[in-house]
Structures are given as structure tokens and as C-alpha cells.
Design a protein around this ligand. Structure first.
Ligand code: URP
Ligand code: ZN
Ligand code: ZN
Length: 457
């Protein structure tokens, strides 16, 4: 199967030019102007952008959490991702206490097998660190699971102590893996949550009010300090607070390899959403929580100046009806997480590129190239170049769409951006040479996504 994409504006992290892209089989075979190869299918991309497929390195599909399970599985979640212009995800497998990492990896491979419609990799969440688990980390890195998420929050569930975190960091110095950190001070938050509940404060907004920005900043600082002492890089996930960003900026100014991602929810939503009437605030219960509106400008600045290197989604959807409602009388029982796998590219293009906050090249870099580089997928993924996988999005920068639960493809009964109009919409999506989104239709196949063995540092 071959494909010729003609007349579009090709945008990578470094370039922007008019050209044609010739795809043969699963990879990009040639880029040039007025290419004349005969192809099985020609797509006219005149007036459109031709960009690398989005890479979302933070998703939670089919994940048990808070007494329930995230509502998108690998089929519905990856199809929704494809609709939004994402062609690769890196999801999180979870080691539960007493389990081996291998067991967790196999369990998550089974969840994805036969279901994923786009390519996928896994990070491993480590919740218990024994000598055997350390050895397993080495084995996983060799098998292409090259990053590990550790939690400084959720005591008794996911949280690791500093000694275990430090040992895991030291291990990645030997095996070339990368530690991803959920940086919130779980002990402090636990005390604040218990205090709020004892005072009868049960509404969703107390989720945010018991997770102060300083608890995120303190943990971010500690995570970076531990990584500095272990002499290894660190990647802070879902950074939300300006105070935490200051810690990353300070470390980077000292030349440390500290990296961080933020997510669209922190760029477009704010604490004010928790003040919506009734139980509506539960839609936005996620950790870390949404911050004051002024934070958004600080995050955009961090993205523009490379103190933040990636925008991922932390897609972790729970329906309002049967799931968020578990915390109707107690905010601490509201499952943490929100949907976003489908809306990332359009939101960031509309709110970032169209407003002049970031360039088109930076948009590509933040949503594809830089996450591919940090997580061992580049240059196979994350760019448009001969030899790279033909993961390509033909993106219409002028088409407008209204975001809504009525029209989105995520399996969740609300959209956090309900009614918001965005300009810049995915038109056609190609995954390893196959057209999987054509117009607004999914024409791919569940199960056609492949597991990606990622490289170590
Ligand atoms: O609230 C969130 N972020 N849910 C997903 C789990 C995590 O910590 O990333
Ligand atoms: Zn987290
Ligand atoms: Zn997450």
C-alpha cells in the first residue's frame, strides 16, 4: 500500500515548508516538491498542515482506581485519541503490592492486545521496591519498558518513601531508564483531607483546597534533589502549579536534567471550575488539582521557554453518573481523573498557536517530537522524515469545532470543555501508513496498534 500526500504545509519541530510526502508500506519513503510517484491513494492536503501524529505519553486506559475503573478501555480510548490526531500513547501499567513488575506488564499487555487502534507503549508504576523488583526494572528496560512512575502521594496505595525513590533513581543510573514522578506531598495532603472531612467539608472543591500548590512544589523540589543526588534525569508528570514550575526552572537553570510535562486541563481550566453549582465540580477532581487562573500564563511561559518539555493529557476518565458520584458525600471518594485524550491537539493549537503563545514548530515539538525524544521513540516517531513511521496528521488550521460530550468519542458522559469552540481540527490520520481517520470517520481497526519497545537513554 502506498500513499501520496500532496500540497500541504509540512511542519516539524524545526521546519515549515510546502511539500509532498510519499508513504510506502508503514514508513515515510520520500519528501519533496511535486513528487510524481504512482501511489495507491493520493490525498490533496492543500491548505492543510501535515504534522507528525501526536504522542500522548500520559494516559490511563482500563485502569482500576478509587473503587472503580477508568471508563475508556484500549479500544474506545485509542479510537478517541485517533479522532483527535494522536497516533501513539504511553499508558501506565501498575504493580500492585506483592506483585512482580512482570505480572503487571503482562496484565496491561493483555488489556491492549486486540483492542488498541494506534501504537502504544507502557511506563511501569512501581509501588513496592524490593531487591527483586530492582532487578526486574533492568529486565523491563531491556524489553522496551524504559520508564517508571513513582508516587510521592496516595499513602498506603501508591506512595513510595524517599529511600525507595532514591534507590529506584540510582537504579536508572545503571539501566538507562527514566523515573517519572507524581510530585505531591501525600502525607501533608492526607492530614489536610482528614481535617476538612472532620469539619464537615465534603464538597468537590475541598479536593483542591486540601492539595495546596506548595505541597506540589515541595515534592517537585524533593524529587529533583533526590535525582540530583543520584546523578540521573527526572521527569515530573502533570505539573500544575506555578510554584512547582519554579522548582523545575531553578533546577534547569543550574544545568540539571529536570524535565516536566503539563496538561491541557491546567492550561484551559482553573480552580473556578470547582465552584460550579451542585456536584459539577467533581468533573474536575484530578490530582494535582486545577490551580488559580493566573497560573495558566505561567505555564504557557514555561512551555514557550522550554522549562516544560511536553503536553500530555493524563487522560483518566470517570463518568459522572456511576463513578464520580461515589464521592457525592465525601470529596475524597471521588475517583481522581478527567478525560482529554481526544481534545489535546485542537485545544493546544487553538489556545497556543492561534493566540501566538507558541509557534507552530513548538506545537509539534510539545505534542510529538519532545515526548518521543524523552521516552525513546525518536526518530521512529515524532517527526516527518524519510525512514520514520508514517504516523501523519493532516490538520485543518481553519476548521472550527465545538467540543461536547454529545459529539466526542471518549466513553465518558461529560466533556470538561463543554461548548468551547476550537479552531484547528484533525482531518485525516495515518497510523503506520494506514488511513485510520478519514474526514470525521474512524476507518481503522481495533487491534491494529502495536506494542512499542522503547529505547533507554
Ligand atoms: O487524577 C489523576 N491524575 N488521575 C490519574 C492518576 C495519576 O495520578 O496520574
Ligand atoms: Zn499522577
Ligand atoms: Zn496520570
Amino acid at each position: 500500500m502506498s500513499l501520496l500526500i500532496t500540497g500541504g504545509t509540512i511542519v516539524t519541530a524545526s521546519d515549515e515548508y510546502r511539500g509532498d510526502v510519499f508513504v510506502e508500506g508503514e514508513t515515510i519513503a520520500a519528501i519533496g516538491s511535486r513528487l510524481t510517484m504512482a501511489a495507491d491513494r493520493t490525498i490533496d492536503a492543500t491548505g492543510k498542515l501535515v504534522i507528525p501524529g501526536g504522542i500522548d505519553v500520559h494516559t490511563h486506559l482500563d485502569m482500576p482506581f478509587g473503587g472503580t475503573r477508568s471508563s475508556d478501555d484500549f479500544e474506545s480510548g485509542t479510537i478517541a485519541a485517533a479522532h483527535g490526531g494522536t497516533t501513539t500513547i504511553v499508558d501506565f501499567a501498575i504493580q500492585y503490592k506483592g506483585q512482580t513488575l512482570h505480572h503487571a506488564w503482562e496484565a496491561w499487555m493483555k488489556k491492549a492486545d486486540g483492542k488498541a487502534a494506534i501504537d502504544y507503549g507502557f511506563h511501569m508504576i512501581v509501588t513496592e521496591l524490593t531487591d527483586q523488583v530492582e532487578q526486574e526494572m533492568d529486565a523491563l528496560v531491556r524489553q522496551g519498558v524504559t520508564s517508571f512512575k513513582l508516587f510521592m502521594a496516595y499513602p498506603g496505595v501508591f506512595m513510595l518513601d524517599d529511600a525507595s525513590i532514591f534507590r529506584a533513581l540510582l537504579r536508572t543510573g545503571k539501566n538507562g531508564g527514566t523515573i517519572c514522578m507524581h510530585a505531591e506531598n501525600g502525607g501533608v495532603i492526607d492530614v489536610l483531607v482528614k481535617k476538612a472531612l472532620a469539619e464537615g467539608k465534603t464538597a468537590p472543591k475541598y479536593h483542591a483546597l486540601t492539595r495546596p500548590a506548595r505541597a506540589e512544589a515541595e515534592a517537585t523540589h524533593r524529587a529533583i534533589a533526590l535525582a540530583e543526588m543520584a546523578d540521573v534525569p527526572i521527569y515530573i508528570v502533570h505539573l500544575s502549579a506555578a510554584e512547582a514550575l519554579e522548582m523545575v526552572t531553578e533546577a534547569r537553570d543550574r544545568g540539571l536534567p529536570a524535565y516536566a510535562e503539563t496538561c491541557p486541563q491546567y492550561l484551559f481550566l482553573s480552580y473556578d471550575n470547582y465552584e460550579e453549582p451542585g456536584f459539577e465540580g467533581a468533573k474536575y477532581v484530578m490530582s494535582p488539582p486545577l490551580r488559580p487562573k493566573e497560573t495558566q500564563d505561567r505555564l504557557w511561559r514555561g512551555l514557550a521557554f522550554n522549562d516544560l518539555q511536553a503536553i500530555s493529557t493524563d487522560h483518566c476518565p470517570f463518568c459522572m453518573k456511576e463513578q464520580k458520584v461515589l464521592g457525592q458525600d465525601d470529596f475524597s471518594k471521588i475517583p481522581n481523573g478527567a478525560p482529554g485524550i481526544e481534545t489535546r491537539m485542537s485545544l493546544v493549537y487553538d489556545g497556543g498557536v492561534r493566540t501566538g503563545r507558541i509557534s507552530m514548530n513548538r506545537f509539534v515539538e510539545l505534542t510529538a517530537t519532545s515526548p518521543a525524544k524523552i521516552f525513546g521513540l525518536f526518530p521512529r516517531k515524532g517527526t516527518i522524515a524519510p525512514g520514520s513511521d508514517a504516523d501523519i496528521v493532516i490538520f485543518d488550521p481553519n476548521r472550527t469545532m465545538r467540543l461536547s460530550a454529545k459529539t466526542h468519542h471518549m466513553r465518558v458522559d461529560y466533556n470538561p470543555y463543554e461548548g468551547r469552540e476550537v479552531t484547528g481540527v484533525t482531518d485525516t490520520v495515518i497510523s503506520r501508513g494506514r488511513v485510520i481517520i478519514d474526514g470525521e470517520k474512524f476507518v481503522g481497526r481495533a487491534g491494529s496498534g502495536s506494542f512499542l519497545r522503547r529505547s533507554a537513554r
